[in-house]
Ligand binder design. Structure first.
Ligand code: SF4
Length: 271
């Protein structure tokens, strides 16, 4: 077994008979939306998807942005980028801000109707003079054109922000429907690499709605409570691959068996 992947996990598996709350992260809720079957295999049966390649450059940008905004957080002042966009906000100072930004901790809420603890780690939170919070998410990429939120696949980014807004509201905070993406675009139009990447950084506001969150949590719970595995998504290449591979493997095995039984018959006929 690869040291990066455990194909038969025994921890963090939903037990329909358990009384204690089950912990579920924002990314697993997104997995449920993407494919209930993959979600069920992962959280109910302990077979998760193999990990993707680590995005180390994106993580480095996130880390450096965090350090940069932390300087302004400590000074209780707006970052120059926030000023450039005319935002009368400052990075939030709160005793739990580090915990809320930490993977596997994050903002948490026990949602009683589902008997689940929902979690999600934010990149940042900004605040206005009235104390209203604004969820902030850092994104980085490198493309020729301007970054925006118009691609169909970016629905995941929007859901991510809406889920954090819901979590913070459930923790008793006044949270704006508007959140901000700090979107960094690695420039490709410079003359040379010179051992550094330059970025254009844009703040993109997004007005979210968390109306989908609670019903989705309940649907995810119903999915986990079920004793049958949800159907595969016909458009998913991975399940098509798995099915095709399974079929071909079984063909090969039966052919091998047939030819050995044929061999036995031939040997019997010769005796
Ligand atoms: S259809 Fe795709 S996403 Fe769904 S279970 Fe199969 S591999 Fe996973």
């Amino acid at each position: 077994m690869s040291k990066y992947y455990n194909s038969s996990r025994t921890k963090n598996i939903f037990d329909p008979l358990a009384e204690e709350p089950f912990k579920l992260s924002r990314s697993k809720i997104d997995l449920f939306i993407e494919c209930p079957r993959c979600f069920y295999l992962d959280r109910r049966l302990g077979v998760s998807r193999p990990p993707s390649f680590p995005f180390n450059l994106n993580s480095a940008v996130d880390l450096l942005l965090k350090k940069e905004f932390d300087i302004h957080r400590a000074a209780n002042e707006a970052h120059p980028l926030m000023k450039a966009y005319g935002l009368d906000l400052v990075p939030l100072s709160h005793e739990k801000i580090d915990e809320w930004r930490e993977n596997f901790k994050g903002v948490q809420f026990f949602y009683e109707p589902a008997n689940m603890i929902l979690t999600g780690a934010v990149d940042d939170i900004w605040v206005d003079k009235k104390g209203t919070l604004y969820v902030v998410d850092y994104k980085s990429t490198s493309k020729e054109t301007e970054v925006d939120l118009n691609a169909a696949w970016q629905i995941g980014y929007k859901r991510q922000m809406e889920f954090y807004q819901w979590l913070l509201r459930k923790n008793g905070f006044d949270v704006s429907d508007t959140g901000y993406f700090v979107y960094c675009n690695g420039r490709r139009d410079v003359k040379a690499f010179d051992a550094k990447l330059e970025f254009d950084v844009k703040i993109i506001p997004y007005k979210g709605s968390d109306k989908w969150v609670e019903i989705t949590i309940m649907n995810a719970r119903d999915c986990l409570l079920s004793d049958s595995i949800p159907p595969a998504n016909k458009d998913c290449d991975y399940c098509n691959y798995r099915e095709a591979a399974k079929e071909k493997e079984s063909l090969k095995i039966s052919k091998t068996k047939k030819s050995s039984s044929e061999k036995i018959k031939i040997q019997e006929a010769l005796i």
